[in-house]
Design a protein. Sequence first.
Length: 245
Amino acid sequence: MISIIVPVYNAEKFIRETIQSVLDQTYTDFELLLVDDCSRDKSAEVIESFEDERVILLRQEQNAGAYAARNRGLKEAKGRYIAFLDSDDCWEPCKLEHEMAFMERESAGFVFTGYEFADENCVGTGKVVRVPRTINFRQALSNTTIFTSTVLIDREKIPDELIEMPHIASEDTATWWRILKAGHVGYGLDENLVRYRRSGNSLSANKFVAIKRIWGLYRKIAGLSVVASAWYFVGWAIKAVKRRI
């Protein structure tokens, strides 16, 4: 079984469509763990309106952020496999089926897929991000192409201690790096199976925040020197720009 973990915070506007994209999957052996991080809107009510027993609402006692919500989901997960999905993204119907088949074919423990940028209505813009066949730790330092909503992990091959996310900005990228740094290889399925919803003001508003976060990851998670961090940062910046052109 696949346990799908979704952190939810004030996601009333998008969460219904996200949930439905999971329920429409051709691969049906899953549980959908939606962890409400003390939303102040009607997110929880929308989640509870779904009568499918696979849709499970978990409530946080206090707002603690996406990393804590995902870790709560991991703790409660009953499945062998862990998939992550953000509360405003959407999956193509064959996402889980194709990704599971790819994982089995490659005997992989950590896989991810291509994805497409989408507008506020989760309609694809035509800009598709392609992914490499494999990626190791050093390659990942300058290629943050692993998108959270595309990831699938086999818990029998990768322990929960590596999957649990740290309390740091860009905790998802930090987690993928930690898994790869431990010697695991990421396998990329170069199919467009996820739509990454982006609001109109998200394209440039947080550029400086992103720069600060990636620099922090180089120094705190990867343990790189200032010179090495600068080297990988240049590679990251070039690839980040290419993904958006």
